[in-house]
Write a protein that binds this ligand. Sequence first.
Ligand SMILES: *[C@@H]1O[C@H](CO)[C@@H](O)[C@H](O)[C@H]1NC(C)=O
Ligand SMILES: *[C@@H]1O[C@H](CO)[C@@H](O)[C@H](O)[C@H]1NC(C)=O
Ligand SMILES: *[C@@H]1O[C@H](CO)[C@@H](O)[C@H](O)[C@H]1NC(C)=O
Length: 376
Amino acid sequence: MHKLVCAAFLLLLSSSTIGDSGVPCYESIFSFGDSFADTGNNPIVFQWYSIFDPVTRPPYGNTFFGRPTGRNGDGRLIIDFIAEKLGLPYVPPTLAHNGSFRQGANFAVGAATAVDAGFFHERGIPGAPSKFPLNTSLGVQLEWFESMKPSLCRTARECEEFFGKSLFFVGELGVNDYHLFFQKKMVEEVMSLVPHVVATISMAIERLIMEHGARNLVVPGVIPSGCSPPILAKFADASQAAYDSRTGCLKEYNELGLRHNSLLQAALAKLRAKHRDVMIVYADFFGPIMEMVESPRKFGFEEDVLRVCCGGPGRYRVNATVPCGDAAATTCRRPSARLYWDGVHLTEAANRHVADRWLAQMDAFGRAGCKKQSLS
Ligand SMILES: *[C@@H]1O[C@H](CO)[C@@H](O)[C@H](O)[C@H]1NC(C)=O
Ligand SMILES: *[C@@H]1O[C@H](CO)[C@@H](O)[C@H](O)[C@H]1NC(C)=O
Ligand SMILES: *[C@@H]1O[C@H](CO)[C@@H](O)[C@H](O)[C@H]1NC(C)=O
């Protein structure tokens, strides 16, 4: 315990700008990921591929922004709540924003995979006529970041200093890799993909640290896919034994997520041992969602917690032909009383809870340290 506190204190001294109250802890936020983090890139990418993107229509954005922003949700995402808390602007989506990226850039794209698209195409996943996965993997997002770099800083030293005072989000990634494979393979087979997905994320982190001077990273794990309404609807099992009787979630799909998260945490432990002066926070995505599924009332959610707020007819209110954003879709009266918004994505109310948990996990590492520092 004592050792941990010391380590956190050292990190605080070495890696964050300790400002007076009101001064942001970090100069900027850089984000890589998929729809859980995408603040507006997916409509642009979907347009490149001529894919209809329902998030460009109401009721997306109704709860908070008052209009669709390209976010997969009714309002703010986890990263929006964290940006607010750190005193930084909402992280602008790089493909949709015409302005400065000095205070942050969001490369995350809805539907993005960790692993490059070619890996899936070679294996016939998910199969024609699907255009997914698109060319927006973590590796591609890193390339976008590297192309932007000359506009952010000039000399190697200036860049290291700037990125050293930035916060990097790597993920969540992996959910789309697995969900694409689920369409063609048994969960058991998909399990064998986990080490490859985790290694891809781990290598990206290494590259950000070694080549760009990242010193503050947050790496979220994956969600419990077995509780995700689209997975529940698509892979409904005749056998009651497939379900966790307490929650109604599909056990095998959750086990895959647990496996990913456990390998990811082991990989992060290795990276921490190698880069002792770098803050690498594992952000638990699985746990907070399970808590909300298990005790919906505690969070102000309705009892039938696995139903989405916005969707079409069907169990869980998920229907592939009537997605949220479609004219025939219906929206629940109180999104704040629901965990799931449109499918895999969470409502703003749920995102707020997850953000609080991640901020606490960052605090444990001394992140966000500047607030504490100004109090003492
Ligand atoms: C970006 O903003 C500049 C200055 O406001 C403007 O001249 C330019 O046309 C904009 N570009 C796009 C693609 O919107
Ligand atoms: C994917 O995008 C990257 C970066 O924009 C590009 O270098 C690469 O050629 C693209 N790959 C394919 C298969 O389109
Ligand atoms: C999905 O919606 C369509 C159109 O309303 C309906 O015909 C179909 O039965 C629904 N599917 C399920 C599984 O309920």
